[in-house]
Design a protein around this ligand. Structure first.
Ligand code: PLZ
Length: 445
């Protein structure tokens, strides 16, 4: 593999002339619905940098939306993929199986929360994993209702759009949506009317009483929640909320699904975000970080629930593709060998104090939150909770021009999130943070 030099280098404006030429080609060939956040065309990436077609080298605080936690083209991933791709690329596991699929499922059983007997099924995308988790929960319980939360993001397919909260850009005019989805208030400390201290207990009570009154506990197949919400704004539920929700589900025969697609695989400083409070979900959905950039997703859960589905009831042509499985084994090996959960905690220790300092200098920052290497700042008009998406975009655009890949998120578009590869060097991390500081200093008057 070719590891690009680990430094930021700007040789043209962003995007440069080569990228602009490619953008023109893109405009007449690629559907407009598929957007670009930072339109530089990539030629190489690795460690903590992304190199573009003009020779610019950008610091990566996005990891391709929390995917390349092990780094881009990570050596163990590249080696296993290369080996696998030269042996065989596809048989379809449902036709003739291969060991890699089984090995990934064994790893998932060993790494996901809880030491109960588990089974897994592999898919291609996060949305597909979520769809299947709901299918499995419905099949196992013979119930239909699914409970999701405000600010949730679970994907762009029909059922997962219904589970996703935000209209633009995900749902607008794409309806009708799948039925039997019920949305509950999220334990969002910054915005909880009773204040952050009361949030966990009050939110839990509200959710329980709404489920009772509006759905009926014994109609509910599953409650699905991201243990830290991703696209919806990196909302971290206060301690106590997730364990309370899990035990409510247990008491009522409801399948508790943790969507760990963005939080999973060491991102938050544990293997899974549920580990933080010892929450043991019935089903876990994973994708993104699982395979170092190759498309792979999984549903892992209690053997009794997973195996309630008849033979042939789950699958898909490509699910658990051998090359993607090889990549996952390389990625998981990397996480273990390089203690990437520890690296995520270290990234949090470096970044959080600087973000808090930034917040005390800039009252536009209403909240600093997250865990490990999944961190964010929420921007509001100073002294209010009125979202400030305009400053958010301006700060983000400054970062992009300066050669730092940052992403925004949030139901109100007012959150800047930081998801560096867990293998990023500390000098790049420092430099990236300095760019964020410069951006606030320059944009916020
Ligand atoms: N569940 C928690 O974060 C994907 C979406 C990017 P797919 N998040 C990035 C976009 O704008 O499309 C995600 C997630 C959580 C499910 C998904 C869906 O995963 O692999 O994108 O289908």
């Amino acid at each position: 593999m070719i590891m690009p030099e680990q430094r930021r280098r700007l040789v043209t404006e962003i995007p440069g002339p080569v990228s602009r030429e490619l953008l023109a080609r893109r405009a007449s060939a690629v559907a407009r619905g598929v957007s670009n956040m930072l339109p530089v065309f990539v030629t190489d990436a690795g460690g903590g940098v992304i190199v573009d077609a003009d020779g610019n080298s950008l610091i990566d605080f996005g990891s391709g939306i929390a995917v390349v936690s092990v780094g881009n083209a990570a050596p163990r991933v590249a080696a296993r993929v290369t080996e696998q791709v030269s042996r065989f690329t596809h048989t379809c596991f449902m036709v003739t199986p291969y060991e890699g699929y089984v090995a990934v499922c064994e790893e998932l059983a060993a790494r996901t929360p809880g030491d109960h007997e588990k089974r897994s099924a592999l898919f291609n995308s996060g949305a597909e994993a979520v769809e299947n988790a709901v299918k499995i929960a419905r099949h196992a319980t013979r119930r239909q209702a699914v409970v999701a939360f405000d600010h949730a993001y679970h994907g762009r397919t029909n059922l997962t759009m219904a589970l996703t909260a935000k209209n633009m850009p995900y749902k607008d005019k794409f309806g009708p949506f799948a039925g039997e989805v019920y949305r509950m208030p999220m334990a969002y400390p910054l915005r909880w009317p009773g204040g952050p201290d009361a949030c966990a207990a009050q939110a839990l009570e509200v959710v329980k009483s709404l489920i009772h009154a509006q759905v009926g506990e014994d109609n509910v197949a599953a409650v699905i929640i991201e243990p830290i919400q991703g696209e919806g704004g990196f909302v971290v539920p206060p301690d106590g909320f997730l364990p309370g929700l899990a035990s409510f589900c247990r008491d009522n025969g409801i399948v508790f699904i943790a969507d760990e697609i963005q939080t999973g695989f060491c991102r938050t400083g544990d293997w899974f975000a549920c580990d933080h409070e010892g929450v043991v979900p019935d089903l876990v959905t994973t994708a993104k970080g699982i395979a170092g950039g190759l498309p792979l997703a999984a549903v892992t859960g209690r053997a009794g629930i997973m195996d309630s589905v008849h033979s042939g009831g789950l699958g898909g042509t490509y699910g658990g593709n051998p090359v993607a499985c090889a990549a996952a084994l390389g990625a998981i090996e990397t996480m273990e060998a390089e203690d990437l959960a520890g690296r995520a905690r270290r990234i949090g220790e470096i970044m959080l104090p600087r973000l808090h300092k930034l917040a005390s200098a800039h009252p536009v920052i209403a909240d600093v939150r997250g865990r490990g290497a999944m961190l964010a700042v929420e921007l509001c008009r100073p002294g209010t909770l009125e979202p400030d998406p305009v400053t958010t975009s301006a700060v983000s655009a400054f970062c992009h021009r300066a050669g730092l890949v940052t992403l925004t998120c949030g139901t109100f578009g007012n959150v800047i999130r930081f998801l560096p590869p867990l293998v990023i060097g500390e000098d790049l991390l420092d430099e990236g943070l300095s760019i964020v500081e410069d951006a606030f200093a320059s944009v916020v008057s």
